[in-house]
Design a protein around this ligand. Sequence first.
Ligand SMILES: CC(C)(COP(=O)(O)OP(=O)(O)OC[C@H]1O[C@@H](n2cnc3c(N)ncnc32)[C@H](O)[C@@H]1OP(=O)(O)O)[C@@H](O)C(=O)NCCC(=O)NCCS
Length: 218
Amino acid sequence: MAAGKRLDLRNVFAPHHTCNGIMRRLVLRLLRRVRAWSAGPNLCMAFAGDAAPCSELPDGYALATAPISDAAWAQLLSAGGELGPWDALRLHTEMALLVPETQVFLTGVDAQPVACAGVYERDPESWEIGWIAVHPEHRRRGLGEAVTGLALQRAVELLPRAILLYTQDHRLGAIRLYLRLGFEPALRHRSHRRRWRAISKSLPREVAAHVVSSLQVN
Ligand SMILES: CC(C)(COP(=O)(O)OP(=O)(O)OC[C@H]1O[C@@H](n2cnc3c(N)ncnc32)[C@H](O)[C@@H]1OP(=O)(O)O)[C@@H](O)C(=O)NCCC(=O)NCCS
């Protein structure tokens, strides 16, 4: 390797290399875990409003009224790849934490689910808006805001507790959406203030100013 050149394991384990695909996938998965671990725990945001904002559903979409199968739900959560792979086991593990009657699905013209979010109870002191996803073919139409807003409405109607959500530094689109809905950074780890400051540099000026001022009162 030439001096100063960074070792890229994606090349070392490229498909043409003698190492087989399984090894490559294992190493890449391990690398992702190490990177996530070294970055610190997930960022936390807390809802700072009193009432959930009302977001309009974009034309052609509706709130699902018929039950959605577990297979269709897992497919939606897996569709973009950002939330990792979903199978029945993972889905049922998370469903055990889901607050009854809070899961929201939005459907498209063919009645297939295209967006989802729900309220989860991971501890007795807060509600978590979780597993927010919009199918990649239906993004940037306002569905993310609508489905998160609807789950938020359900959380607000529950016993009064902090309403939180967790995200990661690179999910700038999701972070902008959460800020728009009234969530603010909640500092839960010594790395969080520094990470929010870094994130604010990638946000539009007014949004960044709001984030930075919320860090001062936190
Ligand atoms: C994050 C996620 C849910 C957002 O879903 P979405 O449907 O694209 O969200 P929205 O359409 O409500 O908002 C996204 C952007 O589209 C814009 N938008 C909304 N309606 C629009 C329209 N009609 N035309 C163009 N843009 C539009 C919004 O202004 C917003 O832009 P901005 O963030 O740059 O200000 C989606 O990208 C996703 O599923 N990501 C993968 C899973 C994930 O990361 N989940 C969050 C885990 S914490």
